[in-house]
Write a protein that binds this ligand. Structure first.
Ligand code: NDP
Length: 454
């Protein structure tokens, strides 16, 4: 204890990070997320040495529980396939574990842990009573039939149902998991438990407990957050050229709201490539291709021959724009992409995806005075409305779209203000990375202290 009490906040953070790397070798995404968060907590640790004495950082980087399990299922040819499933229950200091499920071939423990770790602070920022968790499987939904998706979801839930519950752990969607998958998983949960408990999953269909505006929430919330950030700097979306990467749930609704606020979205992408339409992306076409037909974004140019399709989605960041909204996946903006954006005069970057910018890219944006909205603040609208879905399920009633949308606006404005105040208090005015991390951390740390050493 004496040694810890003699340490500065910076020394303590270095010690926790080096132990974390030693104890979790190969988990590079988790290391990255931990470094980004912990290094911005130095000032609060210096002000509150009790966080060090009580081992808050050592405790917060260690998940409360990790489940890894086999998911066997049968494909349309009668062949047995096996995937690996995960659920990481990271921190329940302020509420039941809450965080999405990702189905993507790249899923591994490191990715689920980085996402679960981020989720602790993001959920805290929403001001709602939800802890942090995340899960998923290394299953690739691409090219699978609807029946295969259903059988996989059922097989996944056949194990997951043991670990979740309305007051214990409430999963939602993420990459590869949308309303269809949540519906299949909910059906299986109900069958296995014989309970009609819609609050156990969020992002459900509207006919069985889903919330209006949940589908739109992450993308709309991102744009509401960026709007606040622009407004504080005497700017707006009006007339700005916007680039949105991805063309999934977050990207589509970010494009919709950015357009509604007067922005002109000129490019979007999927994992194969990107579409550049100088006339402005036609969102109805994107919605049909991605949400209804579940096809590739390259189809877009068949209907809009004036648009260009290019393979290699990373090159999307070479197109000049005023506002960049990365909404696809982690580390999609590296230092080269950041430099290209800066060189072309980008004014603001708002993260819709989780950890889409590398640490070097974030530093470059901050050093070059690009307004930067970090994911755990700017994409918190999705989990915020998920928590509102849980509330509606508990009350057995449903709010209107407008009611939920108003609450979402309030949540995003509040997160922006909290982050600005925390950044200012720590001597880093305008730095939303530091502000969001500190504001998210303090509530969880104080709740952990209040609950004793558990
Ligand atoms: P979707 O599965 O709906 O869409 C993901 C999009 O990103 C697709 O266009 C996909 O292309 C592309 N993409 C996925 N993986 C890669 C990759 N490795 N390289 C390049 N492109 C890729 O997911 P969401 O829109 O729900 O999620 C997008 C991001 O937002 C993720 O980081 C997620 O964690 C984050 N997020 C999501 C929330 C939600 O409510 N859904 C809430 C908060 C954050 P393709 O179709 O080719 O795979």
């Amino acid at each position: 204890m004496n040694t810890i009490m003699a340490m500065s906040g910076r020394e303590y953070v270095s010690k926790v990070l080096s132990n974390l790397e030693r104890d979790n070798p190969l988990e590079k995404e988790f290391h990255q997320a931990a470094k980004e968060i912990l290094e911005s907590l130095v000032c609060i640790l210096d002000k509150h040495p009790e966080y060090m004495k009580l081992g808050i950082l050592e405790r917060i980087v260690e998940p409360e529980r990790v489940f890894m399990f086999r998911v066997p299922w049968v494909d349309d040819n009668g062949i047995v396939r096996v995937n690996r499933g995960y659920r990481v229950q990271f921190n329940s200091a302020i509420g039941p574990y809450k965080g999405g499920l990702r189905f993507h071939p790249s899923v591994n423990l490191s990715i689920i842990k980085f996402l679960g770790f981020e989720q602790i602070f993001k959920n805290s920022l929403t001001g709602l009573p939800i802890g942090g968790g995340k899960g998923g499987a290394n299953f690739d939904p691409k090219g699978k039939s609807d029946w295969e998706i259903m059988r996989f979801c059922q097989a996944f839930m056949a194990e997951l149902y043991k670990y979740i519950g309305v007051d214990m752990d409430v999963p939602a969607g993420d990459i590869g998991v949308g309303g269809r998958e949540i519906g299949y998983m909910y059906g299986q949960y109900k069958k296995l438990t014989r309970q009609y408990e819609p609050g156990v999953l969020t992002g459900k269909g509207l006919t069985f407990g889903g919330s209006l505006a949940r589908k739109e929430a992450t993308g709309y919330g991102l744009v509401y957050f960026v709007k606040e950030m622009l407004k504080s700097n005497k700017m707006s979306f009006d007339g700005q050229k916007v680039i949105v990467s991805g063309s999934g749930n977050v990207a589509i609704y970010a494009m919709e709201k950015a357009t509604e606020l007067g922005g002109k979205v000129i490019a979007c992408s999927d994992s194969n490539g990107y579409v550049y339409d100088k006339n402005g992306i036609n969102l109805q076409t994107v919605k049909r291709i991605k949400e209804v037909e579940r096809k590739r974004i390259s189809e877009y140019v068949k209907e809009h021959p004036e648009a260009e399709y290019h393979e290699n989605m990373k090159d999307i960041w070479n197109i000049p724009c005023d506002i960049a909204l990365p909404c696809a996946t982690q580390n999609e903006i590296d230092i080269n992409s950041a430099k290209a954006l800066i060189k072309n005069g980008v004014k603001a970057v708002g993260e819709g995806a989780n950890m889409p910018s590398t640490l070097e890219a974030i530093d470059a944006f901050l050093e070059n005075k690009v307004l930067f909205a970090p994911a755990k603040a700017s994409n918190a609208g999705g989990v915020g409305v998920s928590a509102l879905e849980m509330s509606q399920n508990s009350m057995r009633m449903a709010w209107t779209f407008e009611e939920v949308d108003e609450k979402l606006k309030g949540i995003m404005k509040n997160i922006y203000e909290k982050s600005i105040i925390s950044a200012e208090d720590c001597g880093c005015p305008g730095n939303l990375v530091v502000g969001a991390n500190i504001a998210g951390f303090v509530k969880v740390a104080d709740a952990m202290i209040g609950q004793g050493v558990v």
